[in-house]
Design a binder for this molecule. Structure first.
Ligand code: B12
Ligand code: SF4
Length: 459
């Protein structure tokens, strides 16, 4: 029995435009969902994982599969449906799962043979049995997995063109920010995989560098932090010799022992959501956590960097309190905090989030024709009406923010500082160049976007 597991591309997402900028190679990540699904699949299935981000496959030239499984974020849904149609026209049953199938199940059900909502661990074996005997149901609900049931991902099934491997050590997030779908999908219960499994999996990954995909690697409570320390100790003891980057909350900076252990265990960079340069913004986004302890962000960032760990900060433009000038204000804050890289996104109502409910009610979602408009839900295009920023304003603010933070003098200063502090200068430099090169890709995308969609903001 032949199974294709497919990660559809989104032609609009600049992070996957590898050809436009070679630096983007460092920003294409392995689809871990499909590698985990493959890990759950019994041996009698011959599995191929197809990642369209690495190039468009020639499906007609490939052997006919018996079953196709497609994963999709919302931004990949359009392409997912094109792929589904291709295989369904051949008479091959198509199953879709992942965050979009879970949040927009009715829409997805109309376009594939079967959907799996939630996490797949408890249900995938049953789905495969049903597929084998031609009795697929239209829907299956996986719910939240028992964390011990998460299998080793099949790291062997993808090619070598990736700069980073991928691994997951926890699921869920104890916080619940208004714009984020993690809690709605993976729950507030913070589930941590058994440490021996994680260490073993680190050893199985072929790449030297790894993206830890956890939404929050360290958690927020004392027991979460203790577990993170235990994990790092075990990685050190096992001498896994991998370098890795992960997402954490800013409380990472509050525990010297935690940072020391993380660094010794191979941590080279953390991705932290700062979200807004103002307390009002954090309040609006439901991320008051960042305000606790009267935090000095600059000092927090510096404490992390002292452990030879890069800090990438994420901010959002388009909050109700944001007014013209917000782009430069974010760039100034990010420079003041001393961030090594800055990632700025448009406030986007993702299906299933509180923000979605609120914007829908206020009739502010402009790109609301599903499924056609989903391709713009990459957080790199505005899709809604912002309170104090017109379409032109919000695009201009994004551009000015990136141009200011990634100006040549600023990049040079950052390179000097990371060289002086011996803080992974080359990774930081490549990251800065990658983001800078995307400013030009984005400018063109923004002009095309305004030409194609701008009128919809006028009504
Ligand atoms: C790693 C990651 C990335 C990587 C992607 C790597 C890759 N190629 O997959 C990178 C950094 C590239 C990325 C980019 C983006 N991401 Co992202 N990302 C994540 C993150 C943190 C982890 C995903 C992951 O690997 N989880 C581990 C696997 C094992 O879990 P899983 O994917 O949920 O899969 C399980 C089930 O869903 C199910 N399943 C999944 N697929 C399928 C398919 C079938 C057939 C079946 C049966 C089951 C099934 O089975 C799996 C095992 O239980 C999630 C947060 C999260 N918790 O999901 C956000 C998340 C998925 N990302 C999100 C977003 C918005 C984006 C971006 C659009 C924006 C951005 N700039 O970040 C881009 C878009 C990229 C694109 N191609 O369009 C949102 C998606 C919301 C939505 N409705 O779409 C999330 C949920 C974060 C959030 N804050 O809300 N992301
Ligand atoms: S802290 Fe991060 S992962 Fe957790 S709810 Fe907020 S944005 Fe989502």
């Amino acid at each position: 029995m032949r199974l294709y597991l497919i990660n559809p591309s989104n032609p609009l997402v600049s992070i996957i435009k590898v050809r436009e900028s070679r630096w983007n190679r460092y920003r294409v990540w392995k689809p871990l969902s499909l590698m985990v699904l493959a890990g759950l699949t019994p041996e009698e299935w011959e599995i191929s994982i197809v990642d369209e981000n690495m190039g468009k496959p020639d499906y007609p030239a490939m052997p006919r599969p018996d079953l196709v499984g497609i994963t999709a974020f919302t931004s990949q849904a359009n392409r997912a449906y094109e792929v589904a149609t291709h295989f369904r026209n051949l008479g091959v049953p198509v199953i879709m799962g992942g965050i979009h199938a879970t949040m927009c199940s009715e829409e997805v059900m109309e376009r594939v043979d079967s959907i799996v909502t939630g996490e797949a661990e408890s249900i995938w074996a049953e789905v495969l049995e049903d597929a084998r005997y031609g009795r697929l149901k239209s829907g299956y609900s996986g719910g939240l997995a028992e964390i011990e049931d998460v299998p080793f991902a099949r790291h062997d099934l993808l090619g070598t063109g990736y700069a980073f491997g991928a691994i997951q050590t926890t699921r869920g997030c104890p916080l619940n920010c208004s714009f984020c779908s993690v809690t709605a999908f993976n729950g507030v219960r913070y589930r941590q995989r058994p440490i021996p499994d994680v260490v073993r999996e680190f050893q199985m990954v072929r790449e030297k560098r790894i993206l830890v995909v956890d939404d929050n690697l360290i958690g927020t409570r004392a027991s979460h932090i203790d577990r993170a320390k235990d994990l790092f100790r075990s990685l050190i003891r096992a001498d896994v010799r991998k370098e890795w980057v992960a997402q954490t909350t800013i409380n990472f900076a509050d525990d010297e022992e935690l940072m020391t252990l993380a660094s010794r265990a191979g941590c080279r960079g953390v991705f932290i959501g700062f979200e807004s340069p103002t307390p009002q913004g954090l309040q609006e986004l439901g991320k008051k956590f960042n305000l606790l302890k009267n935090r000095d962000f600059r000092a927090s960032v510096r404490r992390i960097q002292k452990h030879n760990i890069l800090v990438v900060g994420s901010f959002i433009i388009g909050l109700d309190i944001d007014a013209p000038g917000i782009g430069k204000r974010i760039a100034r804050a990010a420079n003041w905090y001393g961030l090594d890289n800055l990632n700025v996104l448009f406030l986007t109502p993702l299906p299933g989030t509180r923000l979605w409910g609120q914007m829908k009610e206020e009739n502010r979602i402009i790109l609301d024709e599903s499924p056609d408009d989903w391709k713009y839900f990459t957080l790199t295009y505005p899709v809604a009406r912002y309170k104090h920023l017109s379409l032109n304003d919000v695009l201009r603010e994004m551009d000015s923010c990136n141009r200011s933070f990634y100006s040549i003098p600023n990049i040079a200063l950052r390179l000097c500082s990371s060289l002086l502090q011996r803080r992974e200068p080359w990774i930081s430099f490549v990251g800065n160049l990658s983001y800078r090169s995307n400013i030009f890709v984005d400018s063109k995308s923004f002009s095309d976007f305004k030409r194609q969609q701008g009128d919809r903001w006028l009504s």
